[in-house]
Design a binder for this molecule. Structure first.
Ligand SMILES: Nc1nc2c(c(=O)[nH]1)N[C@H]1C(S)=C(S)[C@@H](COP(=O)(O)O)O[C@H]1N2
Ligand SMILES: [Mo]
Length: 526
């Protein structure tokens, strides 16, 4: 036996160092459990893991105000922020469980057990949860507890300065550190594995990239000359897919294999219909530009985008099913259980409401609903634009409620006429003289009639309005204002083609969309 190895190990000096090691033990134990749980979920229940279930539950219980705040703070990185926040919270509780377990046997284990129960409750609350997903959080907790208990036992032995009953006679310190390091390594490996198990997404991405969409029977009307003003600083008239805003409650983008995808039309219909992806692509498809917007878009905000969508008119699909008298709503449902309630009339009138498969000449990106979603001109996304859609239930507003309705949002959500100043960009001073103002205005399905600007609440001055691609899209506008040095407040107001101006009174985004004039302060330098 080597004397060096059996030399008594110095006990971790002082309570602080001991607590530090106990915290590390807690984090490594719980982290390993969580990672193993994610791997298990990835294999057994791809759409629900303990982490996505808890995160989804957090999203579901936060009041609309907090959701708006999170979106305004983190923008489309709100999910990364949520996952990061969860990781910090879990690490904090895990460290605490280590310290508690060191102080008192089973005290830390109890904290982890609570984790497990919270996880099970969260999984039970997910619409997409399969039975196999339910016990996974308990597995996570059991593994975390087992690891924590043996790590803490070794830490105690080190503290006591004993070499215990270890037949190798390795010092207690080394046995603790070896187990801590070994477990952390397993967790790291598991994290890599969890990422690969997510390869399902990679497979569907590959299928998507090889998919060739049919040419539309009815192509999109040409973009009129001059619709794009080309003013520096106004976003492009058609938003590229990669820049298109993304809003949904899905922590992990649903991965839907088009081969297995089915859309059912159910409820108050003469004939239930089931459609697979090949059958959908074989329908006479049309292509249209439609500007969609989020109800959470603040005045002047960027949760709005314009794309060329390829799809089958929902009107034709519903005509095949034959809605029964008395029906007034279509509850659309996605693979992850999210729902939107759309007035039946809007889906059966002459507008181009689409069961869309293409976006700007490509299959829908996974984030934007691959393989199929709804696009309805004139309605906010939360009451119409269901991504990863798998069911249309013809029903009545009196009988069914959609996802956001009980959470403080209006059951009906027509888009409010609005306008935005994109240039000059806020905060940057501009040179005196003719100052170029420009932006966009929208009144989906009615169309924009005029856009005006006013300076320091003076008279409204009419801007040059570019032709819209259609009444369902936004319009660009511009106006040069002669300004001398000083500070100005500039406001924009759009009026729709029925002559109705946008609402001046400021109202918040909840419950049915913001109103008010976009107002910017412009610093003019000599
Ligand atoms: N399945 C599903 N579809 C959804 C949502 C969702 O949370 N889940 N959010 C809706 C909302 S609120 C909006 S504004 C639009 C946004 O569509 P986009 O992400 O393609 O821009 O999708 C709608 N469709
Ligand atoms: Mo939205």
């Amino acid at each position: 036996m080597n004397t060096l190895q059996t030399a008594p190990a110095p006990a971790p000096s002082g309570n602080r160092q001991l607590r530090w090691w106990a915290s590390a033990a807690g984090i490594v134990a719980v982290g390993t459990g969580v990672v193993v749980g994610e791997v298990a979920a990835g294999l057994l229940s791809p759409s629900v893991s303990p982490i996505t279930a808890v995160g989804g539950a957090v999203i579901d219980v936060v009041p609309p105000g907090v959701k708006d705040w999170a979106i305004s703070l983190f923008g489309t990185a709100d999910k990364v922020a949520l996952l990061g926040g969860m990781a910090l919270a879990i690490a904090g509780l895990a460290a605490l469980s280590g310290v508690l377990e060191l102080r008192r046997r089973f005290a830390g284990a109890a904290v982890i057990a609570v984790f497990g129960v919270v996880g099970v409750v969260a999984v039970l609350g997910r619409a997409e949860a399969t039975a196999i997903a339910i016990p996974i959080p308990l597995l996570v907790a059991a593994l975390g507890i087992a690891l924590l208990r043996s790590l803490i036992r070794r830490l105690r032995e080190w503290q006591a300065g004993s070499s215990g009953a270890d037949p190798t006679g390795a010092p207690a310190r080394r046995r603790f550190l070896r187990m801590l390091g070994g477990t952390a390594a397993v967790a790291a490996l598991g994290a890599v594995l969890a990422a690969t198990v997510r390869g399902g997404a990679a497979v569907v991405s590959e299928l998507r990239s090889r998919l060739v969409l049919p040419a539309p029977d009815s192509p999109a009307p040409a973009v009129p000359a001059g619709a794009e003003l080309g003013l520096d600083g106004i976003g492009p008239l058609v938003t590229p897919n990669k820049d298109f805003y993304r809003i949904d409650t899905a922590l992990r983008v649903p991965v839907v294999d088009p081969e297995g995808w089915r859309l059912k039309v159910t409820g108050l219909v003469e004939r239930e219909i089931e459609l697979d992806f090949a059958a959908l692509l074989a329908k006479p498809l049309i292509e249209r530009h439609v500007t969609i917007a989020c109800v959470s878009n603040e005045v002047g905000g960027d949760l709005i985008g314009n794309a060329r969508w390829l799809g089958w008119p929902v009107r034709d699909l519903l005509a095949l099913a034959g809605p029964k008298a008395g029906a007034d709503m279509v509850l659309s449902r996605s693979t992850d259980g999210w729902t939107a309630g759309t007035p039946l009339g809007v889906l059966t009138d002459s507008r181009d409401a689409l069961l869309a498969v293409g976006m700007n000449g490509e299959p829908l990106p996974l984030e934007h609903g691959f393989p199929a979603r709804l696009i309805v001109p004139g309605l906010y996304g939360y009451v119409s634009a269901t991504k990863w859609v798998t069911e249309l239930k013809v029903t009545r507003f009196a009988d069914d409620v959609a996802y956001w309705t009980p959470r403080g949002w209006s059951a009906r959500g027509p888009i409010k006429t609005s306008s935005r100043i994109d240039v000059p960009r806020g905060g940057r001073p501009v040179a005196a003289g003719d100052v170029a103002f420009g932006g966009v205005a929208w009144a989906q399905h009615t169309g924009i009639g005029k856009v005006e600007l006013r300076v320091n609440r003076g008279d409204w001055q009419q801007a040059q309005l570019a032709p819209g691609i259609s009444k369902d899209t936004w319009y660009q506008w511009k106006l040069a204002l002669p300004l001398t040095p000083g500070q100005y407040e500039v406001q924009v107001r759009a009026t729709d083609l029925d002559g109705v101006p946008q609402v001046e009174d400021r109202t918040p985004v909840a419950p049915s969309g913001a109103t008010g004039f976009h107002t910017v302060t412009v610093d003019v330098k000599s």
